[in-house]
Design a protein around this ligand. Sequence first.
Ligand code: SAM
Ligand code: SF4
Length: 333
Amino acid sequence: MSSSPLVDRFQRAITYLRLSVIDRCDLRCTYCMPERQTFLPKAEVLSLEELHRLSLGFMARGVRKIRLTGGEPLVRRDMVDLVRALGRHIGDGLDELTLTTNATQLALHADAIAAAGVRRVNISLDTLDRARFARIARRDALPAVLEGIAAAREAGLAVKINTVALKGENQDELSELITWAHGHGFEITLIEVMPLGAVDGDRFDHYLPLSRVRKDLERRWTLLPDAHRSGGPARYVRVAETGGRLGFITPLTSNFCDGCNRVRVTATGQLFACLGGREQVDLRAALRSGDPEAALDHALDQAMAIKPEKHHFTIDRPGAAPALARHMSMTGG
Ligand code: SAM
Ligand code: SF4
């Protein structure tokens, strides 16, 4: 493979891969997918060996951080094997290997994941109320999630909580979630709901601009500037009263695409150059071609040539169609 770094037309170096290992999930979060979601036939999903080879291809081109995501990554049976295989490259081509999970199965796997070299996990948690959780995720799984979070902590994994802010759903609980997360020593990041894929309700009903949330939080707390950057779109403050860090991901109210350092690959090997765009390159075809290394190199160059400057999605009126047909569970967020 070529060793030339991945740099797009806007001179952004791409050093971060978000790799979805499966589109399936054991939850059905209302803002993410409909109850009757259609999943891909298993045969279309990349094998563990292909996911590994693909990751090596990205690393050869300068990717230093890989986040495994889904769907729910831990629903994939050989997921821990993949974590182990990639974990061997930490310190030797890879700076960091992380995971985004709903934590329903984390209690089973936290020790193995930590032993494989993972240091941090992002865990999605939108409420601490069991009935509300069952309503948002359409599954009564809060006890399993809390067990998973405790197991991660015991295994020595740093935990970051991700919470989608939902009007009329968890809006009144965001302060409590922040207090809870900081009380456990976790960072927490609030996320605006994005118009990706059709869901059963109208996203407009739940869209809550974080600019409004921030104003509400400032009535209760002192939010101090925090220059911390995770290399992603989150912007941070420090909550004086708790001492903890709070992030805001605001794709709708404030666009941070100019610093984008990432691409996303679905479980079938489709590279999406932007979370909010249609620009796409087929890496599975490259991997399965006669000369996979050359084909992958060419495909990655193509991806750099088509990566858009920014996304254009909005949620500005009731009843609008999703900006993209693709659900977040395909690209892994
Ligand atoms: N299942 C795992 C989880 O929930 O953490 C990983 C995949 S999930 C698609 C990744 C993140 O995307 C989660 O934090 C989830 O809350 C978020 N998400 C899903 N759909 C979203 C949407 N339409 N807008 C904003 N965030 C969304
Ligand atoms: Fe599953 Fe994550 Fe989507 Fe919820 S947000 S349905 S846990 S993929």
